[in-house]
Design a protein around this ligand. Structure first.
Ligand SMILES: Nc1nc2c(ncn2[C@@H]2O[C@H](COP(=O)(O)OP(=O)(O)O)[C@@H](O)[C@H]2O)c(=O)[nH]1
Ligand SMILES: [Mg+2]
Length: 690
């Protein structure tokens, strides 16, 4: 039997800017629950949630980590997440399986780009949030300034201070809880009287709290506006409703490392975060949309939100149960692959520690191991009911490198290992690009790719070298041209003869290749018409300018000659191919390059720089939009100019700019740039030949 019922569970994703103290906070909460005899430190690589070797090496979180903390009769599953934009995929996965987000904000830095990103994600996922202003022990900590900053940046949310700090920086010693109007001091949260000199400030803040409680509930606001006072009970009710519906964003404060204010925080989390059975999620059953309700009586439905291939444990799948009870040895169907597997290894998890359990109930989070072919975003569910949970959308990759095996030995394992990595992480994509003959790895940024390449080595023992990817140029023609080619061979044995007249014509962008015959009166016998096409198609992927694929061209055979004995398939293939090449050269061939839509979001003060920079990248700005104190710039820009945009934007905006790209169309490369590209291509080609 599970120790907790669904109503006793809470799932919260801990999100926010890198270094705001998420990992330290989770560690402190776990320590306070009595589960740890000493508190680990991020600096020492000794925390429960940053357990991965790569995280310890870098001193930052790169994977989500599940850390359950018990408080009274509640089990709170905290999911620690990375703050860095590159690892946003982990935040998205964490938010999919939690009922709320705890947003950490540094008491000195206030709202940072990571705060805004996390906030956006919570908006997208439509999840309630709580804010914790951390590091109140730091010099220059300023709770009121952070509060003002939050209200200004997120002006469409009702941000309400639920606490006030007692003291600041070195003198920070506790908090005043504005709901029960008591002070709580030190690590234990020892109740105390509100300091007399804070009374005026406390009353004012309490008034704002009561106002927002009234506004959260239609009945309460009527009563309130008629001049009646709300009872204590009504205030609490209004606050609970307001927070759970997302109307009110409560703000708390404290310090993770000095462990002050955390008792109040965990108490608030267990009370304001909806229990799983108060919510439901979108699913699908037999193609029909349904709601899945975190109820133990519904058919068992588990969603895989993280997959890790561990060297010792093997494949670990993190599962959030959205309905039913999963008992050890139950058979569940993978709704993507259709395969049915026995769940013989069932665990709860804390950081990297697994604990075998006999069952997992709706609302809880655990791990199943050694089930083949289960990937992140798969649903494992009761084969009789076949329910699928709708997975979240992940952002498209932004950063691409070409990867090549470092040695022959690596070459054999590279493909498979890269594949395994992408199965762990939905924001990683691996692809073989035919046009450039390169294997490319795509991710969210330089650090993301760097971490992936290191994992490849540490987990799979595969070493790869990375380089700037080549751009997939294409070749096409700008006007019509004809050619006449006669293929004749008379050396020994049987001869070969084919005579072909053809022309090439430009087609509209995206049309690809077309072939037609206008041959009259059997000048070329019908059987050889396809032979000519076959010959042309042999060289479509190696154009006449620099060997890039030929597109948007129509080839038309209009005349020719044949020989009753020497004409044969192979002869017409050759004549078609050579004639086509000749015609291409005369038809004003040009290079086409991929053009991407780019959307850059930056704080207003960087807008000028970003626009100027886009200009130097041959960008065409298409529109601008104001959002709060940020500007969104939309532009079209050649891929060749933005291969390392992430890194450049970061340095241009001190890490405060973000962007997204997607492919739009191909268009001709300006002629003054063509020579360079051709020359580069030739050099690379020569190197390969050497
Ligand atoms: N002074 C102070 N430092 C803190 C506090 N919480 C975290 N830190 C430090 O801030 C740094 C980043 O903390 P970490 O937990 O890794 O932040 P994360 O990136 O949000 O997970 C570490 O050096 C922590 O020791 C705090 O409450 N006060
Ligand atoms: Mg961290």
């Amino acid at each position: 039997m599970s120790k907790f019922t669904t109503a006793q569970l809470r799932n919260v994703a801990v999100v926010g800017h890198g270094s705001s103290g998420k990992t330290s906070l989770v560690e402190a909460l776990l320590f306070n629950s009595g589960a740890l005899s000493r508190m680990g430190r991020v600096e020492d690589g000794s925390t429960v949630s940053d357990w991965d070797a790569e995280e310890q090496r870098r001193g930052i979180s790169i994977n989500l980590s599940v850390v359950p903390v018990t408080f009274k009769d509640i089990k709170l599953n905290l999911i620690d997440t990375p703050g860095y934009l590159d690892f946003m995929g982990e935040v998205i996965s964490a938010l999919t399986v939690t009922e709320a987000g705890l947003v950490l904000v540094d008491s000195v830095s206030g709202v940072e780009v990571g705060t805004e990103l996390a906030w956006d994600r919570l908006n997208n996922a439509n999840k309630p949030r709580l804010v914790f202003v951390n590091k109140m022990d730091r010099e220059n900590a300023n709770y009121q300034r952070v509060l003002a900053d939050l209200r200004e940046t997120f002006s469409d949310s009702t941000i309400v201070s639920f606490q006030l700090p007692i003291g600041s920086a070195e003198s920070f010693q506790g908090i005043v809880n504005l709901v029960d109007m008591k002070a709580y001091m030190g690590q234990e949260g020892t109740p105390a009287a509100i300091p007399a000199d804070m009374m005026a400030q406390v009353q004012e803040a309490r008034q704002l709290l009561v106002d927002s409680a009234a506004e959260a509930d239609d009945e309460l606001i009527i009563k309130y506006l008629e001049g009646e006072d709300l009872t204590e009970e009504e205030v609490r009710h209004g606050l609970h409703d307001g927070v759970k519906s997302g109307k009110i964003v409560p703000v708390f404060c404290g310090t993770a490392t000095a462990n002050i204010g955390l008792y109040s925080l965990i108490r608030a989390m267990t009370s304001y975060v909806p229990a799983p059975d108060e919510t439901n999620v979108s699913g699908q059953q037999n193609g029909e949309p349904i709601r899945v309700g975190n109820n133990t009586s519904e058919p068992t439905t588990g969603f895989v939100f993280k997959t890790i291939v561990d060297r010792y444990v093997g494949r670990m799948n993190y599962v959030r149960l959205f309905a039913g009870t999963l008992k050890k040895d139950d058979h569940l169907r993978n709704q993507r692959s259709g395969s049915e597997d026995r769940m013989q290894n069932l665990f709860t998890v804390s950081g990297k520690e697994l604990e075998a359990v006999s069952e997992l109930i709706a609302g809880d989070i655990g791990v199943v191991t050694k089930v083949d072919d289960v990937l992140t975003n798969d649903t494992l569910s009761d084969p009789a009911a076949n329910i699928t949970i709708i997975p979240p959308d992940f952002p498209r990759p932004l950063y691409t490198v070409a990867v090549a095996p470092a040695t022959k030995a690596d070459s054999a394992k590279m493909g498979q290992s890269l594949q395994a990595l992408t199965e762990e992480d939905p924001t990683l994509v691996v692809e073989y690009v035919q046009a450039t003959k390169q294997n490319v790895l795509q991710g969210m940024g330089e650090s993301h790719i760097d971490a992936a390449v290191r994992s490849l080595e540490t987990k799979f023992g595969v070493k790869v070298e990375t380089s700037l990817p080549k751009v997939s140029y294409q070749e096409t023609v700008t006007h019509q041209a004809s050619a006449h080619y006669r293929h004749k061979k008379q050396t020994g044995g049987a001869g070969q003869f084919a005579d072909v007249q053809l022309r090439v014509e430009p087609l509209e962008r995206g049309a690809g290749f077309e072939y037609a015959s206008e041959v009259f009166g059997g000048a070329i016998p019908t059987v050889f018409i396809p032979s000519i096409e076959k010959g042309i198609r042999q060289i479509l992927d190696q154009g006449v300018i620099a060997g890039y694929p030929i597109v948007d061209v129509k080839a038309v055979v209009f005349d020719g000659k044949y020989h009753p004995v020497d004409s044969k398939d192979i002869a017409f293939q050759t004549a078609g191919r050579e004639g086509f090449k000749q015609a291409m050269r005369d038809a004003g061939p040009v290079l086409l390059e991929p053009i991407y839509n780019i959307q850059v979001t930056v704080p207003d003060e960087y807008m000028g720089d970003v626009m100027g920079d886009l200009n130097t990248r041959r960008g065409r700005v298409q529109g601008m939009e104001q959002r709060g104190n940020r500007t969104i710039v939309r532009a079209q820009v050649p891929l060749a100019e933005i291969l390392r945009y992430g890194t450049d934007l970061r340095s241009m905006t001190q890490g405060r700019g973000i962007y997204a790209i997607d492919f739009d169309h191909y268009e001709p490369v300006p002629s003054h740039l063509t020579d360079d590209i051709v020359e580069k291509h030739r050099q690379e080609h020569d190197e390969i030949q050497d």
